[in-house]
Write a protein that binds this ligand. Structure first.
Ligand code: HEM
Length: 161
């Protein structure tokens, strides 16, 4: 590949630029709970990349593990598509078989709210808020199930590697 082509393919699409602070690998710990389960802590790594396709898309993957044994827990992956109007479409497939279509039109704080949750035995709704605080990525995930209204399930603080 010649130099010019290479630079072209590694350029950040203008639609992705406002979210470029996410690109890279983030690692940290989180804590989870819900009215119906015991609370727990977990290790976690998030990865955001911008495929060199020239398309306005960010590929997202996430894995978690037990802090004591390192045994894998929940994982998920998907695509974040910033739109020209500044809004954001996100699709996420989870290791539990659950798929989430989320949408947001927020700015510095990224707020995602599920438009659709598919193949979930009991999950009805998912909301996610990501926020940069002093260079750390903080997030909170809430969910509603068939028995419970929107309640916190996870929160974590991650550092960029
Ligand atoms: C339990 C959904 C992410 C760890 C649950 C339950 C649901 C759920 C529906 C069962 C609650 C109940 O029994 O009433 C989700 C959704 C997620 C998510 C929608 C993402 C948006 C995670 C992550 C972890 C995690 C990242 C961490 C590593 C757990 C654990 C339980 C649980 C440990 C308790 C299992 C048990 O006691 O049987 N989750 N989860 N979840 N989740 Fe998540």
């Amino acid at each position: 590949m010649d130099k010019e082509k290479k630079e072209e393919s590694s350029a950040i699409h203008p639609a992705v630029a406002p979210l470029s602070y996410l690109l890279g690998t983030w690692k940290g710990e989180g804590e989870g709970g819900y009215p119906t389960i015991n609370s727990f802590r977990y290790g976690e790594e998030l990865h955001f990349s911008h495929p060199a396709s020239g398309k306005p898309v960010i590929a997202y993957s996430h894995k978690t593990w037990k802090l004591d044994s390192g045994q894998p827990m929940h994982s998920e992956s998907g695509y974040w598509r910033p739109k020209p109007d500044g809004s954001l479409e996100v699709v996420i497939a989870q290791s539990t078989g659950l798929a989430e279509g989320t949408y947001s039109a927020e700015d510095n704080v990224i707020k995602l709210h599920s438009q659709v949750v598919a193949n979930a035995s009991k999950v009805r709704e998912i909301s996610r808020v990501y926020e940069m605080v002093n260079g750390d990525l903080h997030y909170v995930v809430q969910m509603a199930t068939n028995l419970t209204t929107l309640q916190p399930h996870l929160k974590a603080v991650l550092k960029k590697l």
